[in-house]
Structures are given as structure tokens and as C-alpha cells.
Design a protein around this ligand. Structure first.
Ligand code: KG4
Ligand code: ZN
Length: 341
């Protein structure tokens, strides 16, 4: 199956062509074009929905054309067209869904509306052919969830964040330290030179049985310390980043462990621990999860960095998995700003 996937739920305009050959994967990525809107939003310290939607309108035609050209295929060669149907910023979602419907209609191809979170959840099958069931830590700017992934369309949420998402915490800390947007990569870079032991930040929810997260208290602690130490030197910023990131790493490892325990109690042994979403790009977080997996004798699968952030390949793959099972959507599908898995 050859599927074109379109992603426009946040601040990346992306399209890709992916081939599904084996049911569990891995799949083949024929093209993967991502146009990030970093410059459009940089001045505001975050994504501005209206600006994002307009930028998607301007970029999408070119991004889709390049995805098809890079893959060396035409619409006629496809077995389906998929778009992220939500959750996300509704203006952007409408742009991507409308384009995908139009291409599907013009080419007489089936259309699949993919849940953006489902696409993150299934990416490990595209890259590594991970078999069901597995434990997924999905950690992005908008979402932090531990999910039991039991099949296409069969997801059980074991835990989530009670306040901020993991990526959101990185972004907010970066903003308060004047590091710009998106914050995760900046905080990670500054943490490399910092002293992680200088500030003793809290580890919220650490040790709790239910695998939930809470990050706003940690974020507030960073703000209070930054205000106490101000004016901040470069050294202070490095140390604040290192100490914050160390707290996050401890929390993530501990919460993932709680997730593994709950998974085993309810569903038996998972085939793998999978981490996805933009925060999965963080080196220390990845290393902590690899250690955890090793302690449990479980493979830890983290998609390559290019597939951690939002991209079209994950949408195309999830679309292919759905279409293979006959789960096409009608052209009357309504984009969904909220769409829990
Ligand atoms: O999945 P994603 O690209 O977009 C959605 O939110 O859906 O995730 C973006 C988030 C941002 O909050 C960004 O700061 C965070 O992922 N992120 C990171 C790193 N790279 C990206 N967080 C920590 N460390 C990183 N290296
Ligand atoms: Zn995402």
C-alpha cells in the first residue's frame, strides 16, 4: 500500500509518501517533507494559531508536490490519502484535511482521517516493526500520556499529565530563561554545560503507583529560583537548565516504570517500551528509558530524531494501517480540535 500523509495540526506543514508491505511493518519512507514555521512564531514565544493556519495554506501545495516528486510517484499511483484530522489547532487541521479530501476525490482514492496521537503511537511500527501490545510514552508539546497500544484503534490510557505537558514544561522554562522557542532543544543544549546538582528541584508524583505526571510545580520552582538568583549569568542559566532537566529525567523514568507495572498487571508483558513525540528527541530522557528497559529486559524503541517531531510519514503510516483494515473515512469527516485516543 502506498499512502500520502499530510500533517498540519500545529506548526509544521508536512507531507510524506510511505509504503506498507508487511502488516506489522517496518514500512518504507519514500519521501518526508517538513516545513517548520519557526520564524513565523519566534517573535511570540509560542505558536499563534491564526498565523499557523495561514502559513499552512501558503506552504501546503509546495510541500505536497515535493513529497510526491521526492517519492517519484503521482496521485494515480497511491492507494490512499491520509491527513491528521485532529487533535490540534483547528485552523491548521482544516487546511490539511481539506487538501487531503480534495486529492482523494480528484484521484478517486480512499481517504483516511488520522488521529495525530495515534500517528505518534504507531510510528514505532513504521520504523521498527514493533508488534502489539506495547507501552508507549507519548511526550510532546501538547500531550504527555502513557498508553497501552494493543492494536490499531485499540489504545488504553494508563496515565497522563494533570497539568502541563512535558514539552510545554521545557518550552515554558526556556521562555522564562530567555532561551527562545521551541524550548526543548535549547534547554537540552544549555544543560550540557550546567551543574545538575546546583538546584534541588522537586520530582512531582515520584513514587506514586498511578502513572500520572505533574509538571507545573517543578516549573514554578525553576521560576522562583531564577527570580532569587537574578540577574542571571550564562552560568546560572546553564545550571538551571541542567537541574531542571535532571528532575524531568528522574520523573520520566519513574513514571514510565509505574506505567510498566500497571501494563503488566492489566495486559501482561508488553513487547517493547516505545517513546514518541518531540520530547523523545531529548538525549538524557532517551538514555534513562533505555536503562529502564534494560532492567526489565524489554527493548526500548525511540524513532529516529527526524520522526520524533511532527511529520507526514507518521500520518501516512497510520493511514496505511487503517486503510489496510478497511477503516477509510467519508469525505464528510469533520476536523476535530479535541480528539482523545
Ligand atoms: O511532537 P512535537 O514536535 O509537536 C507536538 O507538540 O505535537 O513536540 C514538540 C515539543 C516541544 O514542546 C519541544 O520543546 C519539545 O517537543 N522538544 C524537546 C526536545 N526537542 C523537542 N523537549 C526536550 N528536549 C528536546 N531535545
Ligand atoms: Zn505531535
Amino acid at each position: 500500500m502506498l499512502v500520502l500523509g499530510i500533517e498540519t495540526t500545529c506548526d509544521e506543514t508536512a507531507a510524506a509518501v510511505v509504503r506498507l508491505t508487511a502488516p506489522e511493518g517496518p514500512g518504507e519512507i519514500l519521501s518526508n517533507v517538513v516545513r517548520a514555521q519557526v520564524e513565523e512564531h519566534a517573535a511570540y514565544g509560542g505558536v499563534v494559531p491564526e498565523i499557523a493556519a495561514r502559513a499552512h495554506v501558503e506552504a501546503l501545495d509546495g510541500v505536497v508536490a515535493k513529497a510526491l516528486a521526492d517519492a517519484g510517484v503521482a496521485i494515480a499511483d497511491l492507494d490512499g490519502v491520509a491527513a491528521a484530522g485532529g487533535p490540534g489547532l483547528i485552523g491548521g487541521v482544516i487546511v490539511g484535511v481539506t487538501a487531503a479530501k480534495a486529492l482523494a476525490l480528484a484521484g478517486d482514492k480512499p481517504f483516511a482521517a488520522v488521529n495525530h496521537l495515534e500517528a505518534h503511537a504507531l510510528t514505532a511500527r513504521l520504523t521498527d516493526g514493533v508488534a502489539f501490545p506495547y507501552l508507549l510514552l507519548l511526550a510532546s508539546g501538547g500531550h504527555t500520556q502513557l498508553l497501552a497500544v494493543r492494536g490499531v484503534g485499540d489504545y488504553v490510557r494508563l496515565g497522563t499529565t494533570l497539568d502541563d505537558a512535558l514539552g510545554e514544561a521545557f518550552d515554558k522554562v526556556a521562555k522564562m530563561l530567555g532561551l527562545g522557542y521551541p524550548g526543548g532543544p535549547q534547554v537540552e543544549r544549555r544543560a550540557q554545560n550546567g551543574d545538575a546538582a546546583r538546584f534541588a528541584f522537586p520530582r512531582p508524583m515520584f513514587g506514586r503507583a498511578e502513572p500520572n505526571f505533574s509538571l507545573s510545580g517543578l516549573k514554578t520552582s525553576v521560576r522562583l529560583e531564577a527570580e532569587r538568583v537574578a540577574p542571571l549569568t550564562e552560568r546560572d542559566v546553564d545550571d538551571l537548565c541542567a537541574s531542571f532537566q535532571a528532575a524531568v529525567v528522574d520523573v520520566v523514568a519513574n513514571r514510565a516504570q509505574a506505567g510498566l507495572r500497571l501494563f503488566e498487571a492489566r495486559f501482561g508483558r508488553p513487547s517493547a517500551l516505545v517513546v514518541a513525540g518531540g520530547v523523545a528527541a531529548n538525549g538524557p530522557i532517551r538514555r534513562a528509558l533505555v536503562e529502564l528497559g534494560a532492567a526489565y529486559g524489554l527493548p526500548v524503541v525511540a524513532p529516529p530524531l527526524s520522526l520524533c517531531g511532527d511529520n507526514g510519514a507518521m500520518i501516512a503510516w497510520a493511514g496505511a494501517e487503517r486503510l489496510r483494515l478497511g477503516l477509510a473515512d467519508g469525505l464528510d469527516f469533520a476536523p476535530r480540535p479535541r480528539w482523545p485516543l
